[in-house]
Write a protein of this length. Structure first.
Length: 301
């Protein structure tokens, strides 16, 4: 193997399960990735991936061995990268943050503005993604996550609990008998929810148990769009309190937060990066700023 990019291609296809997604991850077009894979297989004289209907590319045993070797090499390169970055004492350069859409929309951006004022030499790149990005692979330097990290090589702290409850536009609530005392009264309301295929989302599952399918008049996979729909008077939406309580055009339809939906907000980085000046500055300024808004996150404001 003379070219690391050949190993990266094999690893990307193994991870993505297909050529199209792998090409996108590597920043090349499909035809380039296809040509490179065919040339690599011809050079080695071995098939690395099967080509199945639907565009799936399961690896052969040779492909599995090559992808595993590529992953070990990647781990070494990333460890070296983190080791060098971890000793960076400059308050300058790029800092990649990942956050959910709702947190960025309602709370985070104003704290990022204060961070930029305090540290103008640091360029902030915010990745809005509800997936858990890999901090080990440097998909981000810092993550704001709704769950406690399970990976042993991560370092961080809990900033607050996160409360959820139901919201509606004041005019809608007035026209439909006011707030509800509990889930048993949702039958008289139109509901805004997640798309029917959504699974594993605690709030969506709770709402699905509390109401019949017929009650849902509007569905979307975006919480910010659910907020907008509730604001427009379409019906009630189940939202985190930091999103709903901060909106002057919404009122609580269920006065108290739903206890079983209480979550958490964590700020996390890789342990190798915790001494980096940029990362420390972000934890100190943005992390502490978010922690001071604990009453908002926990539904007490």
């Amino acid at each position: 193997m003379d070219d690391w990019n050949e190993l990266r291609l094999v690893l990307a296809i193994r991870r993505a399960g297909g050529l199209t997604a792998a090409a996108k991850a590597l920043g090349v077009d499909h035809s380039t990735a296809f040509r490179r894979l065919n040339a690599l297989e011809a050079h080695l004289g071995v098939r690395l991936f099967e080509r199945l209907p639907g565009g799936t590319y399961p690896p052969t045993s040779a492909g599995q061995r090559m992808a595993a070797a590529a992953e070990r090499m990647e781990d070494e390169v990333l460890a070296l990268d983190r080791d060098i970055a971890g000793g960076d004492h400059r308050l300058s350069g790029r800092l990649r943050i990942t956050s959910s859409e709702t947190l960025a929309y309602r709370v985070l951006t104003r704290h990022l503005a204060l961070f930029r004022q305090a540290h103008p030499g640091i360029a902030v790149e915010l990745i809005i993604d509800n997936r858990v990005l890999s901090l080990s692979r440097r998909e981000a330097d810092i993550a704001l996550r709704p769950i406690r990290p399970k990976e042993g090589d991560l370092w961080g702290r809990k900033l607050a609990r996160v409360a959820w409850t139901l919201y509606g536009a004041p005019a809608y609530l007035e026209a439909h008998g006011g707030p509800v005392a509990g889930p048993g009264e949702l039958g008289r309301h139109a509901l805004i929810g997640w798309e029917e295929a959504a699974t594993g989302i605690g709030a969506a599952d709770w709402l699905g148990r509390a109401a019949t399918d017929a009650a849902f008049v509007y569905r979307t996979n975006s919480l910010v769009n659910q907020l907008g729909a509730a604001r427009a008077g379409i019906g009630l939406a189940l939202l985190p309190c930091y999103l709903g309580d901060g909106d002057p055009d919404l009122a609580r339809a269920l006065p108290k937060p739903v206890a079983e939906l209480a979550g958490e907000l964590w700020i996390v980085t890789h342990a190798d990066l915790k001494a980096t000046a940029r990362v420390r500055a972000f934890f100190d300024l943005v992390g502490e700023g978010l922690a001071r808004e604990r009453d908002l996150f926990e539904g007490r404001r």
